[in-house]
Design a protein around this ligand. Sequence first.
Ligand code: AKG
Ligand code: FE2
Length: 376
Amino acid sequence: MAIEVEKEELSIAAAELSKALPDVVVADSVVPEAYVWPKEELAHVGHDEYAGDDEIPVIDLGGLNGDLDETRRREICDRIRVALGSWGFFQVVNHGVDLALVERVQAISKKFFELPLETKELIDCTFEEDRLLGYGFLVANKDRTSRRSWSEGLFMDSPHVALYSSTFWPEDHDIQTEFSEAMEEYIKAVGEFAIRLFRLILGSLGVDYPVTESERFLPKEPALIRLNHYPPCPDPSLASGLVPHYDGNLITILHQGDVGGLQVMKDDQWHAVRPHPGAFAINGGNMLQAISNNLCKSALHRAVVNKDEDRYSLAYFVQAPNSNGDQVAPLPELVDAEHPAKYHPFTWKEYIASQVVNIASQQIISHNALEYFEVK
Ligand SMILES: O=C(O)CCC(=O)C(=O)O
Ligand SMILES: [Fe+2]
């Protein structure tokens, strides 16, 4: 299926993604009109209103790097299968990524967001090839007004780290190095963790490929990361940190620090994800839903803001799987007469094109671009 995107549509989409935060920064005790969302769209659940008895599972991966015995591995895979099938989300602790490194990245991310707006805007958010890169804000909603998100973010991948650090801190070589080294190390460490995690997810689906085979599935292009900052908001019930959305990619590995704000839709209700020290929140994106033939759910999620504290999160997006040459399709092991393929094979490029059409027509909220590729 080919979806063509006009150049003009791309540039509209990119324009919609910039120029928002000045109002947030100057806001004192009021939420400016552009950030006020209708109550019925927000279904307010406070950033720390955790359900207690019905929360996304926290899975301990301790031992995963060493000699994890087969019984324990099976237990972990079983929990992952249930979590991805029902929530589309789980948290992991003892994941093996050095927590001191996570702290370093959080600290340098904070330093970046403290820079003056005009410095951050030196690298404005734009499409490069088929990915968004740079500093900006997501402006999107379904009825074509220009309501904005109460957040700012920096999209980046490994090939751009050096350029970004020298642009943001042209005079200060120490901070340049601090930024570049922390980002490169983080991208590498989380990338290695992503491979281990992906093998567990495949195992949870009963698809156990040898190591080299399962790595074959992982994307060829570099992972994308997004640093997010949500400033305190005078009235969180009126604003939206990040609009409800589905992640398009394969798996997202999110560090949400110790201030809550991530919320996940399950059974038509928003559930606040409780921060656990050192944990990553993992969610399957649309590509995982497609290759798992809907066994893993790509869940609608959002970020809410709070009145008192700045919140910083780090999202690491494992991009498209390379499941069948360049095509994404349900894994053959998961398709039979009783379980027919739910998706036509498609390429990542086609998927991105369909998503861009959504962004250009401001249809992000609650709309899943994967629908274009469903077998009807
Ligand atoms: O900051 C968060 O908690 C959510 C971030 C997120 O969903 C994203 O960047 O796609
Ligand atoms: Fe997301």
